[in-house]
Design a protein around this ligand. Structure first.
Ligand SMILES: NC(=O)c1ccc[n+]([C@@H]2O[C@H](COP(=O)([O-])OP(=O)(O)OC[C@H]3O[C@@H](n4cnc5c(N)ncnc54)[C@H](O)[C@@H]3O)[C@@H](O)[C@H]2O)c1
Length: 356
């Protein structure tokens, strides 16, 4: 970046530690003036790891919002805090990068978009796959007509035992907005909408189940992601652990199966793009193979995959400088949030939702 950027980070948990701080350390001209977490040790751990990058640690994000030097705020908290922290930051005149999902439902997501507009500030969402090299290549291939008519996309985001933090925020609908669909499905469905490019949703249907840990104490697992946030004794599990659905759009139709946990004893995570001239299978977060329907050849292109978090963070900071909204601007993500909301509505009402 040509000019220095001063940011504050709210939430120094897993995604901050694994993705964003390592990215920040690779961005020139960037100062993290505040690392903030309700649990001070988590913020301090970031300062210890990145002493040249992180300047101060705080537990109250309002201190960072009151500092006129802070230009942008990263909201890396659990889903339930996205709305409040983002709205406070926008109203304090800051640009905001907020992790996915936007928030727990579509109505609040729209309010966040409106507030960003009102304040004239950037608001980007961490649907990082839009900056994954493979997704970018597939989007370009679709625009160039390599698939011919791309008429159907199927995706699978299924795991054997991956319910995160059972009984904690992840499995409490009022705090997370939902289970596997909003947590994993958001990535798959959003990247599909991105590759298809500007689709209009028409009709959709979804079933959602909460079966594998409905009795939390008898849930059998080998390891649990985010186990530190679990509360099997006193917590709640009222979210989907398996979903299945079908979406019609004005372009391709989309079908999907997703599960945090199910009895198949294997992980199955991929996306099939099916066109009349060719098709592609994308291994989630990996590479793709293209199946040429005319030559009947399979092509496995060779390419490097740069860090998608570094790319999305750099693009956000550059968009602040240029004033140009990029692909992760909230206005470009609202359709995915609407899709998730409608899928949950369909599952609750056990009927098709019509958006035409
Ligand atoms: N883009 C991706 O690939 C990806 C991957 C994992 C998680 N996420 C998203 O990132 C977000 C965070 O997930 P995580 O796994 O890092 O959670 P986490 O629980 O590990 O970390 C969140 C941190 O936020 C802190 N926090 C909560 N409220 C706060 C507040 N008001 N002020 C300051 N700190 C606060 C918590 O103390 C915690 O340390 C979630 O929304 C999740 O969906 C995105």
């Amino acid at each position: 970046m040509s000019t220095q950027k001063v940011i504050a980070v709210v939430g120094c948990g897993r995604i901050a530690k694994a993705a964003h701080f390592p990215a920040f350390a690779n961005i020139e001209n960037l100062r993290v003036k505040y690392a903030c977490d309700l649990i001070l040790e988590k913020a301090e751990a970031m300062k210890e790891k990145y002493p040249d990058l992180v300047e101060q640690t705080v537990t109250d994000y309002q201190i960072a919002l009151a500092d006129p030097e802070v230009e942008a705020v990263y909201v890396l908290t659990p889903n339930y805090a996205h709305y409040t922290v983002t709205m406070d930051a926008l109203r304090a005149g800051k640009h905001v990068f907020c992790e996915k999902p936007i928030t727990v439902n579509y109505a609040l997501s729209c309010e966040m978009a409106e507030e960003a507009n009102r304040q004239g500030k950037m608001l980007n969402i961490g649907v990082c796959n839009r900056y994954h090299k493979s997704v970018e290549m597939l989007e370009e291939m679709n625009r160039e007509g390599k698939f011919g008519k791309l008429y159907h996309v199927y995706c699978s985001f299924r795991a054997f035992r991956s319910i995160p933090g059972l009984g904690g925020a992840f499995t409490t609908k009022s705090q997370s907005g939902g289970g596997v669909l909003i947590d994993w499905g958001v990535h798959y469905l959003d990247l599909i909408l991105y590759v298809l490019g500007g689709v209009k949703l028409q009709t959709l249907t979804c079933d959602a189940y909460c079966e594998m840990a409905k009795d939390m104490k008898s849930y059998k697992y080998k390891s649990m992601w985010a186990e530190d946030t679990a509360d099997v004794e006193n917590g709640t599990n009222d979210v989907d652990d398996l979903v299945s659905g079908y979406i019609r759009t004005d372009k391709a139709s989309i079908s999907f199966n997703g599960a945090w946990a199910q009895n198949i004893n294997k992980k199955d995570t991929f996306i099939d793009f099916m066109g009349d001239k060719g098709g592609a299978r994308l291994t989630y977060c990996g590479k793709f193979e293209f199946y040429n329907g005319e030559t009947l050849e399979t092509v496995a292109p060779e390419y490097d995959i740069p860090d998608m978090y570094l790319r999305e963070d750099s693009a956000f900071l550059e968009s602040i400088e240029s004033g140009v909204k990029n692909r992760n601007h909230i206005e470009n993500i609202l359709e995915s949030a609407k899709l998730l909301d409608c899928l949950y509505r369909s599952a609750e009402q056990r009927k098709e939702v019509c958006l035409k």
